[in-house]
Design a protein around this ligand. Structure first.
Ligand code: ZN
Length: 288
């Protein structure tokens, strides 16, 4: 039990190493407000051809044996939002909800769930557009001005003045120090969002759905993926991982249970801290 992340032993995986450790200090490390200082030169993503070589940030306020996870949930308020909140409270863990403007007006229940999200101290709200591109992504990103207007509409109607945004259907990053575009045809729209002051954040790991719109696979497989991303240094910012899934996959008992177990086991390793997305390194810096 003496190896650390820095050693990245090939014989012992991170989660396995700490699986038996207790969760005594999790609450003290959750959702803190520490800021980041140090930078080190690295390539932001080895597998992304559009990635720029930029300074990869390190975080002196997270001790070297800790990793930071940002739990983010897209497309709410939606089916599953209430279950998500139950899990967050059961585990006393913070998260970020990337909201879709029109979903807040979809039904009385969705309107009520928006208010539950808004009042919840464990939850931070962020902008995931008003229309969700009507799920026609290629057309949507062809018109950069309309994309900005769509995010503005969500900002104004949901009162999301932080301007932290995630693009529908695209894993795009536009922070001062991270520029990633998964599909080149969205580049201009992404640049326009940045120019309009939006801090666009994608994700490092997604828990995808099955064809029944439930969480695909089990928590053990997801824990291995978390381990693998840190082990192979694939996160955009060293030691910080943005995790994505969707409220709407949390409607069946198995999915709720699997997400709950995933979080419980992350906490029990005592090697992770959890933060809201506004605490992601450098996200609040003035954009160029
Ligand atoms: Zn979405």
């Amino acid at each position: 039990m003496t190896k650390t992340f820095a050693e990245k032993s090939r014989n012992t995986t991170f989660l396995g190493m700490f699986a038996l450790m207790s969760a005594t200090s999790i609450l003290f490390h959750s959702c803190n407000q520490e800021k980041d200082k140090k930078e080190s030169e690295k390539i932001i993503s080895k597998n992304d051809p559009t990635a720029k070589i930029v300074p990869k940030i390190d975080d002196e306020n997270v001790t070297s044996d800790k990793r930071v996870i940002y739990l983010t949930f897209d497309d709410g308020p939606n089916r599953g939002t209430e279950n998500l909140l139950k899990i967050l409270h059961k585990r006393n863990i913070c998260a970020t909800a990337f909201l879709v403007g029109k979903h807040a007006y979809g039904s009385k229940k969705q309107k009520e769930d928006l208010e539950l999200l808004r009042q919840d101290q464990l939850v931070e709200l962020a902008n995931h557009s008003f229309t969700h591109a009507h799920n026609k992504y290629t057309d949507f990103y062809k018109n950069p001005m309309a994309v900005v207007q769509d995010f503005d509409a969500a900002k104004d109607s949901l009162k999301l003045y932080d301007k932290i945004a995630r693009t529908p259907g695209r894993n795009i990053w536009r922070l001062n120090n991270i520029t990633v575009t998964d599909l080149k045809s969205s580049t201009e729209a992404a640049n326009s969002l940045k120019k309009a002051g939006y801090k666009v954040i994608g994700w490092d790991l997604e828990w995808k759905p099955s064809n029944k719109m439930a969480l695909k696979g089990n928590h053990e497989a997801m824990l291995k993926k978390v381990d693998s991303i840190f082990f192979n240094d694939l996160e955009k910012t060293s030691r910080h991982l943005v995790f994505l899934t969707h409220d709407q996959y949390l409607t069946d008992t198995d999915s709720v249970n699997e997400l709950d177990l995933f979080i419980e086991k992350l906490q029990k390793t005592n090697r992770f801290v959890f933060r809201k997305i506004s605490e992601y390194p450098k996200i609040n810096e003035v954009l160029n």
